[in-house]
Structures are given as C-alpha cells and as structure tokens.
Design a protein around this ligand. Structure first.
Ligand code: BT5
Length: 252
C-alpha cells in the first residue's frame, strides 16, 4: 500500500513483464519530457544494466527491477550523494520487513551477509546546468533462480534466503514510499540528512580496501564518507577522497 505522500508524488506507475532495461526505457521518456514522477517495474530485463557498461542479471522473474524518473530544478551538483541516500532509503524499506544484517557498500550497493543484495544505478539526462533529469534504477534480488545466479560474477544473495515469505508487492510499495519523498526533498536536505544513517550501515568501515579506476589503484582503510558522499580512504596517515563515478571498491 502506498502512503498518501508517495501516492501524490507518483504520476504514473508502469508494470511490465519484460523490457530491455527499465532505466533505458525511462531515460527515453525523460528525453521526451514525460518521465517525471514515473515509476516502472519490470518482471524481467533482457539487458539490465549496471554502472560503466556492466550487466545487472535479471532475465528471469525473481527480483524487483525498478526505475523512477525525476526532474530537478537545478544543476547536477544538487544530486551529490544521491546514490548513497537511495541506499539508505532501501535499507529503511527493508527494515520495515525486518530483514536482518543489511549494510551499504559505497557507492551504490546494498549488501547482506557480505554479499550483494541490490544495486543502484543513477543515469542523468538534460543539460545538467539549470535542470537535470535523473533516472534512479534499483535491482533487488528477491528469489533468484539457479540459472540467473550462475551468470553473476560476484558473491550475491537474495531476500528469500535471509527472510522467507516477504510479499514482493508490499516491499515494492515500501520502496516507493521511501524513495519518492527522498527525491522530492533531496534538493533541500542533500546528503547531509542521510550521512549519519549511511555511516551506521557502512559495510567497509575500518576495513582494508582497494579502489580501482580505469588506470590506477589505491589501497588503504575505508573510514567513512564526507558530507558530499565521497569515500574517505586513509593511507599512510593521510585522507584521500574519492567520488562515486570514478572508482570501484573491493576488499583488499
Ligand atoms: C549496479 O551496478 O549494481 C546497479 C544495478 C542497477 C540495476 C537496476 S534494475 C532496474 C534498472 N534498470 C537497469 O537496467 N538497471 C537498473 P554495478 O555497481 O556496476 O554492479 C554490477 C555488478 O553487480 C555486475 O558486474 C555483477 O558483478 C553484479 N551483479 C549483476 N547482477 C547481479 C544480481 N542480480 N545480484 C547481485 N549482483 C549482481
């Protein structure tokens, strides 16, 4: 059941059986100027995408594949830290269903028991200086089939194996209840309003990590995120900041 606030913010709800990518579909709508406040769920995706050309494996039913289109009045700097705040919103939705052991992995994953449960992909359109349109994409494993699982090249987990019997529709509604107000309020409150909550769920706090860009790598200890959502890496007594678009993180 959608909260009254979410109901008011949701302009259109699209439920699909199969699409290439819900993010791709909504980006097209954003470009046509009719994607604001639209949420799209797909049972299956034939070309689900992750960041930087990676794949989100979702060709069979058994997950929640959701994209939300949102138009912001203001430049892209408003969106700093948004993918981390989305992680906090997802953790809050999962907490309503008493899912244990939820953690966030910088910059855009939801983990559970040292494995990836969900991923967040933000894609932008528009001129990005005065107005920016964003598509927030979320893929969450509810109950994966073996043939999906075999295609995933890192440790993964699904909800079914940590808390059986969660009603997927109710969880999907709860995700919208948390995400739509977040999108409405974000230009005002920014990441500052979510930072403490993010840090409390930080999967890698105090742990040795390796950060990898296209042509360089850094190792050190992850010591949280700053007010903009940048990761703070401590190495040789110094702090170095990393922004989400540039690098990926793994345990060292
Ligand atoms: C992400 O990228 O984690 C963002 C995933 C966003 C997916 C949603 S589904 C709805 C919307 N429409 C789309 O087309 N996309 C969004 P990234 O951080 O780049 O992680 C991708 C990596 O996660 C892959 O390279 C795999 O290692 C792993 N992976 C792929 N599918 C997975 C799954 N189902 N469960 C766990 N890990 C997975």
């Amino acid at each position: 059941a959608l909260d009254p606030a979410a109901r008011e913010l949701l302009r259109e709800l699209i439920l699909c059986d199969e699409v290439d990518s819900t993010n791709g579909q909504l980006l097209l709508r954003m470009e046509e100027g009719c994607g604001h406040g639209v949420a799209m769920f797909a049972e299956r995706q034939t070309a689900g995408r992750g960041r930087r050309g990676r794949t989100w494996v979702s060709p069979f039913s058994g997950g929640i594949n959701l994209s939300i289109g949102w138009q912001f009045n203001g430049g892209v700097q408003l969106l700093e830290g948004l993918s981390l705040a989305v992680g906090v919103a997802l953790a809050r939705a999962l907490a309503e269903f008493e899912v244990p052991d939820i953690r966030l992995k910088w910059p855009n994953d939801v983990w559970c028991r040292e494995r990836k449960l969900a991923g967040v992909l933000l894609e932008l359109s528009g001129d990005l200086t005065d107005r920016c349109a964003v598509v927030v994409g979320i893929g969450l494993n509810v109950g994966l089939r073996g043939d999906s699982a075999a295609a995933i090249d890192q440790p993964w987990i699904d909800l079914q194996s940590v808390r059986a019997g969660i009603d997927r529709n109710r969880l999907a509604a709860s995700m919208l209840n948390h995400l739509l107000p977040l999108l409405r309020d974000y230009p005002e409150c920014g990441f500052g309003a979510y930072r403490e909550a993010w840090l409390a769920l930080d999967q890698f706090a105090g742990r040795p990590v390796r950060l990898q860009s296209a042509n360089q790598a850094w190792t050190g200890t992850a010591v949280g995120v700053d007010m903009s959502g940048a990761l703070i890496l401590e190495a040789d007594g110094e702090h170095k900041l990393f922004h989400g678009g540039e690098v990926s993180l793994r345990e060292a």
